[in-house]
Design a binder for this molecule. Structure first.
Ligand SMILES: *Cc1c(COP(=O)(O)O)cnc(C)c1O
Length: 379
């Protein structure tokens, strides 16, 4: 397709972290202290983060994936078990089930919230089901209260949902189940790489703290290990960045929500005239923690053509997210195929993540909206 060259305008990037002198000063302090890992900064970050979410315990880990892995182990998942999860997620939420040689069992999603449909989960439960792993996709709260009625252990993938709140007023991550947050550079809070598991009980925190540190027991000598563990530790340098990020979190979350509001306004004509589908509005009391702004192109348009047309206009975007059950590893390992989760497949084929970050300006939002209008007209 032909398009005007973007000219001198810089590209609108997908994401951009908010970092300042507070992060720099805290990192310098840690550097000068000499305690680069297993020092006092990690526990301080855990306390600050737990206080923000409103949960008694939190364990810092090296990534969201590492946190999900340890949380799945702590839920007692083992070889041959089934764990029910969403096919519309970042691949890590299913991979961690496979790490423990359990089978990820997918249940289709709700077309509005894009989270796993509680009725589909109920239908997928068998006597081999030992845990449920809902994902709060794009920051919209999954219906965890409905999943709680089954009495199975729940591990929440909250990696995209910092700042989200359930209808009953409880923050995502504070229901008492293990909930996992991710701190990669595009997340609401970043430490470069990193993650946090929020927890309602001390025993689970003790287990996760041990397994992230080679299985070392807190009261044992350095070389005595009474269980299998990993090196999933977050460094004190990363924790220092995290502490400063927790302080700016209310502002960063408010800025993300404001950018989402500007997008809604700028894209409203495309929604009504061209049937572009916008992220669902908060409803029934649930509150989204804004992470990405994902639109679904109208049926009949080629999503990848739209992405190329945006690119030609200096706007980055991504197909987000591809369905996990259609990835070759999952097809081949678990015998999955097209047609099994039709809602997820339809949404995944039409979804595009647009540039989205707290400092995004009104003119950048408008540029994306203009580019998207041209792209849809021409695709
Ligand atoms: C970011 C993310 C993760 C974790 O990613 P890491 O890169 O391991 O921190 C897990 N699940 C979802 C849905 C995510 O978006």
């Amino acid at each position: 397709m032909s398009a005007e060259p973007p000219g001198d305008l810089p590209d609108v990037p997908m994401a951009q972290p908010v970092l300042g002198t507070e992060e720099e000063e805290l990192v310098l302090e840690v550097l000068r202290s000499g305690y680069l890992s297993l020092g006092p900064t990690g526990p301080r970050f855990e306390r600050d983060f737990a206080a923000f979410v409103g949960t008694p315990y939190a364990s810092a880990v090296s990534s969201g994936t590492a946190g999900l892995h340890l949380a799945v182990r702590a839920a007692g998942v083992k070889d041959g078990d089934e764990v029910i999860t969403s096919p519309f997620s970042f691949v890590a939420s299913a991979n961690v089930i496979a790490y423990e040689r359990a089978t990820p069992v997918f249940a289709d999603i709700d077309p509005v919230t894009l989270n796993v449909d509680p009725a589909a989960v109920a239908a997928a439960i068998t006597d081999r089901t030992t845990a449920l792993l809902p994902v709060h996709i794009f920051g919209y709260p999954a219906d965890v209260p409905a999943l709680e009625t089954h009495g199975l252990p729940i591990v929440e993938d909250a990696c995209e949902a910092l700042g989200a709140r359930h209808a009953d007023g409880v923050a995502v991550g504070a229901r008492g189940h293990a909930a996992v947050f991710g701190f990669y550079a595009n997340k609401q809070l970043t430490t470069g790489e990193g993650g946090m598991v929020t927890l309602g009980d001390e025993a689970t925190k003790a287990r996760i703290d041990s397994e992230r540190n080679q299985g070392r027991a807190p009261d044992m000598g350095w070389l005595d290990h009474d269980r299998l563990g990993f090196n999933y530790r977050l460094t004190d340098l990363q924790a220092a960045v995290g502490i400063a990020q927790v302080q700016r979190l209310p502002q960063m979350l408010a800025d993300r929500a404001a950018v989402a509001g500007r997008y809604r306004e700028a894209l409203a004509p495309l929604a009504s005239e061209l049937d572009l589908q916008l992220p669902c509005e908060d409803h029934d009391g649930d509150v989204r923690g804004w992470f990405v702004f994902v639109v679904q192109v109208p049926r009949g348009h080629d999503r990848d053509d739209v992405i190329r047309a945006l690119r030609a206009r200096g706007v980055q975007s991504k197909p987000y997210l591809p369905a996990i059950h259609l990835m070759s590893y999952y097809r081949e390992t678990y015998g999955l195929r097209e047609g099994m989760f039709p809602v997820c497949e339809d949404v995944a084929a039409r979804s595009i993540a647009l540039p989205f970050f707290p400092a995004m300006r009104q003119d950048q939002v408008e540029r994306v909206a203009d580019a998207l209008r041209e792209a849809l007209r021409g695709s």
